[in-house]
Design a protein around this ligand. Structure first.
Ligand code: SAM
Ligand code: SF4
Length: 329
């Protein structure tokens, strides 16, 4: 699958639910209205769409959300998709999770062929964790991370950079991932969705995070490329790599290889743009896969060249009204 800018699409991210057991301040408002059940794709519909993408050359699928592991029956979908791992059509099946259910699920994920997971963790301070996630408990996530480690899953920690918070904990975070053998990536906040508060107050550019780390750690630019938007440095003291995802400060769209499916079947071609194609109507109205393939072709033609994010003084509302939990980051 090539888009009109010559980029090959090999990566599908699927938000399996818009619901979550946390309410992270940068992601959701305290009171969220979630979609009614009939609007959400069934697992059969999700699997059918994923298979259509795999047949067209997608080799990596990431399940996200909302919180993917809180959707009832999610392990059944993972088991269905893992058949494509066995045939070799799919090279990687992975997920991004807040870690709250990992103690229960880590072993099963590993058995189903999941090798790596991304776990979001913004702080190692229990009180701050409760404040940021509103409903989360740090100790539950730490136990989940331990379970993932014991199950042999490779873990990448995603940390959203927040002013007055992350900057106070950089050394602890670097040491924590080094001690546990995890990777670490910092993410800049993105202006997606109304969150009932200001984003400018908490916006912490990753250039500052990097400069701060460089004061106490020996870092060296790495030419490692994961195929995604992250740029990397190596930390000499820990021998670990740290990633920085800076969608607001740098362009990374030239190498974009992904599309995003929401839990209601809307296919977004770009995280930072509203253009989309509705696949739910297509799968619900026909058993044949031809209309589905035609809709995927339409999406390929519509994939834009790049995103249009801006966070700045005086422009504090969301750039897009869609919450991150709709597309799952
Ligand atoms: N619930 C799962 C989790 O937290 O990992 C998966 C979905 S969550 C929307 C995916 C990622 O998006 C998380 O790492 C989260 O920190 C990040 N995220 C959410 N809102 C964001 C925002 N406004 N800017 C940047 N990253 C955001
Ligand atoms: Fe839930 Fe993930 Fe959003 Fe936090 S970032 S509210 S865990 S979907």
């Amino acid at each position: 699958m090539k888009d009109t800018f010559g980029r090959t699409i090999t990566y599908l991210r699927v938000s399996v639910t818009d619901r979550c057991d946390f309410r992270c301040t940068y992601c959701m408002a305290e009171d969220m209205t979630f979609l009614p059940r009939q609007e959400i794709l069934s697992f059969e519909e999700m699997e059918r769409i994923c298979t259509a993408f795999i047949n067209r050359g997608v080799t990596k699928i990431r399940l996200t959300g909302g919180e993917p592991l809180v959707r009832h029956g999610i392990m059944d979908l993972i088991a269905q998709l893992s058949h494509h791992l066995k045939t070799g059509a799919l090279k990687e099946l992975t997920l991004t999770t807040n870690g709250s259910q990992l103690s229960k699920r880590a072993d099963q994920l590993a058995e189903l062929g999941v090798k790596r997971i991304n776990v979001s963790l913004d702080t190692l301070n229990a009180a701050r964790f409760a404040e940021i996630t509103r409903h989360g408990k740090l100790e539950t996530v730490l136990a989940g991370l331990e379970a993932a480690k014991q199950a042999g899953l490779k873990v990448k920690i995603n940390t959203v950079a927040l002013k007055g918070q992350t900057d106070e904990e950089l050394d602890d975070l670097l040491q924590f991932v080094a001690d546990n053998g995890f990777d670490l990536t910092f993410i800049e906040t993105m202006p997606l969705g109304e969150i009932g508060g200001s984003r400018v107050d908490h916006y912490l550019p990753l250039t500052e995070v990097r400069a701060n780390i460089a004061k106490r750690w020996t870092i060296e630019e790495s030419d490692y490329n994961s195929g995604g938007p992250a740029r990397y440095v190596d930390v000499a003291e820990t021998g670990k790599r740290i990633g920085f995802i800076t969608p607001l400060s740098h362009g990374f769209c030239e190498s974009c290889n992904r599309m995003r499916l929401t839990c209601k079947g809307t296919l977004f071609m770009c995280l930072g743009q509203d253009g989309n194609v509705d696949l739910r109507e297509v799968v619900r109205s026909s058993e044949s896969n031809e209309p589905l393939q035609a809709a995927i072709d339409k999406a390929l033609n519509l994939k834009p060249e790049g995103h249009e994010f801006i966070i700045e003084e005086g422009r504090d509302g969301p750039a897009l009204n869609r919450h991150m939990s709709v597309t799952g980051g």
